[in-house]
Design a protein. Structure first.
Lengths: 468, 468
């Protein structure tokens, strides 16, 4: 295919208008975007046409979902095209007996959740940005959330997908079953690739039975080890299944509780770590009893433990708000530097100690807020600082957080991806063979850098500056 | 790297002996193998050394696990090296609190199951060849089995892996957590690739809590739709979780029951389809009650249904033997042609009708035995014929079974892989863009065809002879 030596903006825009219609090519890509062109195709065929046009004109494409990413994966610059999937927001089918849905990429998670509820089902994945995060974006970033310990991450929810490749062809694998050994399962190349290897246009997603009832306890515990004991008790409860197990370290719950005016005399906020446990099941009385059994067993083992069992749906919502209201952090510390790591469960206690002491060595006042998904080892760490940090400080902090993490079996990016913000960390900490293979795959599928260049991987190979 | 123009068998053998020791290079690769050389490395480094030697000598490598594959993925020919992982059979670690195990590739599934039981855990995957199938082989073939509806297939059990690439380098991703968005998740290239893109040497695998008790009912039902109703009732039971839901069509259960001398006056074998349901949980009385509730509810909806609830562990084992004793098929019909398809659950009834009528049109006496994993849509179909079929008959049968399967959202290979036996079906039925991308990936990672050439993909591109 011939590529224009010099981009011709007028001819490009005319071609795009011919492909998707005049109303769907805009000259303002919106805030946070440097690109001048926003294109809104309405079908996979139109997405393919846009990619083909981009290639002819020698410009690159940044695909856009719900714009809820946290690592700059959707950033664009002048000369690029932003391709929004917003007009592809159809829930095409739900098969209740199969527990499967087929959706276009632009469907918001909450829209799918609401459609599934009508069949007593749920997508098996949930996160705070549910109202705007799209299924296509969640596939492209391999989203995680609070139920990953039970149902896996987005990668494990996807049975099939359709994607437009960098050469403008359409990769079609709309498999509706979990078992498929018909050759290499290449859909996993597009899941978590942040739009750098293909643009996901349609998705077949597994659904799970939605429990009729839930019950929640918040435990105040002396150690991370005690939280793991409580999680194991919940996993083996015969009252229901563990839906969520969220950890709130002391400074985090103190901040959100104070901001929300929440207090409870029987639950002083002086424990090292709090654990929110939710069971789901078919019978409310059984769940309540199961929660009480867990609390009782924990009290037997750890007499200093405290706990609150939610006595109403309202109280349950109040407890969960203490965890989910992360905005309070950024009100207290504007643009506070935030990190998103995975740590093997049995290493969490030592890792948090290591981070606290390492940060204190950088600056005695530097103290992390720590919270996250304890049952899968995903910790969110936010610094008590106005951001962004300067380069030297940022590098020192990342060294403390990331240096030994891969050797431990963890990851410097649990669920937020790489985007632009974490490329340096990827380069510094990846297995060199894995990194080289990533570069080879990008080269094999997108040699002209048509799709989201400079995201996930550097456009040009960077020097590998190891943290250690 | 220089490759020998003409292989020098003596020099090759000497180099292999130097790499892995004289006792671990054998001149007999065993039955079913055409290769003259069997090499047994003891570590990932030794595997890498063998791959490097093979490249220098211009020979290719067939990796071997437990040798339980069904599609010829381990076949070899003179001039190749068979690389067995049998000496890499160490369970390196089990982390009970994380529900994670780290194993070498040559560990048998049953060995891991037994090690996990000591911690009240299980690998979340089970299949009849458990005694010999290895974890590395199960990763390389993306094994399925009876619990895939709940815990996914092998791909969903793997948190991390290490593999030797075709260029002899070692890809290391021993992640111990489920959330990892640190770039492309390329381990999925090696899972299900049947040793054509890398040789898997070590695996991090998720474990699940092992239920203390189980309860089983076998239902005789008037239709596939009724089996799906029963499965949905089991999925929503508050007594425990659904562990297995296996379908046995009439001619299959009649054959195994007769061969085993099994009969039960209250359960005549004249129903269109039988369903074996197993619940697992913490409380035997609850499970028994749950099973009875499901049976009762099914009887209310389908008065002609029949059922047997296992009253003892022995009776439970007897019921399961009716399903698992597939050898009886091959005693009745030597080398009977067998197929392994995935069908979306709501299409199973119509698909089986289509297969039966299509086969009868080929030959009025041709009748399939049908059985399999109903909760995930994986049907095993075995013909009442001595095999193998001649080419014309084989092609006619495959046309009936496969022609429309991908469009339905199913797959011509559910859990057995492609190997050599299903390459023609892959070529004939794949999405052309997916097929071309597979070829491109093989070319990018193994341009010299060092690893298992001619498996999964044709060595040379084949003409695409579409079934329709």
């Amino acid at each position: 295919m011939a590529r224009a030596a010099t981009p011709d903006p007028t001819a490009l825009q005319q071609a795009l208008v011919a492909a998707v219609g005049a109303g769907h090519v805009r000259n303002d890509a919106g805030p946070d975007h440097g690109a001048e062109l926003l294109v809104l195709p309405a079908s996979t065929a139109e997405v393919a046409a846009v990619v083909a046009i981009a290639r002819v004109h020698g410009v690159s494409i940044v695909a856009q979902g719900g714009h809820t990413g946290l690592v700059g994966g959707c950033q664009s610059h002048p000369g690029q095209i932003v391709l929004s999937l917003a007009r592809m927001a159809l829930i095409e089918a739900i098969y209740p007996d199969e527990r499967v849905a087929i959706v276009q990429a632009g469907v918001a998670l909450e829209a799918l959740q609401n459609a599934a509820i009508a069949h007593g089902l749920e997508p098996g994945i949930d996160l705070a940005a549910r109202g705007t995060a799209t299924i296509g974006g969640m596939v492209s970033t391999n989203a995680g959330g609070i139920m990953a310990h039970r149902y896996g991450v987005m990668r494990h929810r996807v049975l099939g997908l359709e994607a437009v490749l960098p050469d403008g062809t359409i990769y079609s694998d709309m498999t509706r079953v979990v078992k498929n050994t018909a050759g290499y399962d290449l859909k996993h190349l597009f899941i978590g690739a942040e739009g750098t290897l293909g643009i996901v246009t349609r998705v077949v997603i597994k659904l799970e039975p939605l429990p009729q009832c839930t019950a929640t306890v918040m435990l105040g515990l002396p150690s991370v080890a005690a939280t793991l004991e409580a999680i194991n008790l919940a996993l083996r409860s015969d009252a229901g299944h563990l839906r969520a197990a969220e950890g709130l370290w002391q400074s985090y719950i103190q901040l959100t509780a104070q901001a929300q005016g929440w207090s409870e005399p029987s639950f002083p906020l002086d424990q090292p770590v709090c654990l929110l446990l939710m069971l789901g099941g078919a019978n409310q009385a059984d769940l309540n009893e199961g929660i009480e059994q867990i609390f009782g067993e924990i009290l037997d083992r750890h007499p200093t433990a405290t706990g609150i069992i939610a006595a109403s749906k309202r109280q349950e919502a109040d407890l969960w708000r203490l965890r989910e209201d992360t905005d309070q952090l950024y009100r207290a510390h504007a643009a506070a530097p935030s990190y998103d790591v995975s740590v093997p469960l049995s290493e969490i206690g030592a890792y948090v100690d290591h981070v606290k002491s390492g940060l204190a060595r950088i600056d005695a006042d530097l103290d992390p807020y720590v919270f996250g998904h304890l049952a899968d080892g995903n910790l969110h760490i936010v610094l008590n600082r106005t951001g962004p940090l300067d380069d030297a400080m940022s590098s020192a902090v990342e060294h403390v957080l990331y240096a030994n993490l891969r050797a431990l079996g963890g990851s410097f990016s649990a669920e937020h991806g790489v985007g632009t913000k974490r490329i340096a960390a990827l380069v510094a900490t990846s297995d060199p063979v894995k990194f080289a293979t990533m570069m080879r795959i990008k080269q094999a599928l997108d040699p002209d850098q048509t799709l989201n260049p400079g995201k996930v991987l550097p456009s040009q190979p960077l020097a590998r500056e190891k943290f250690q």
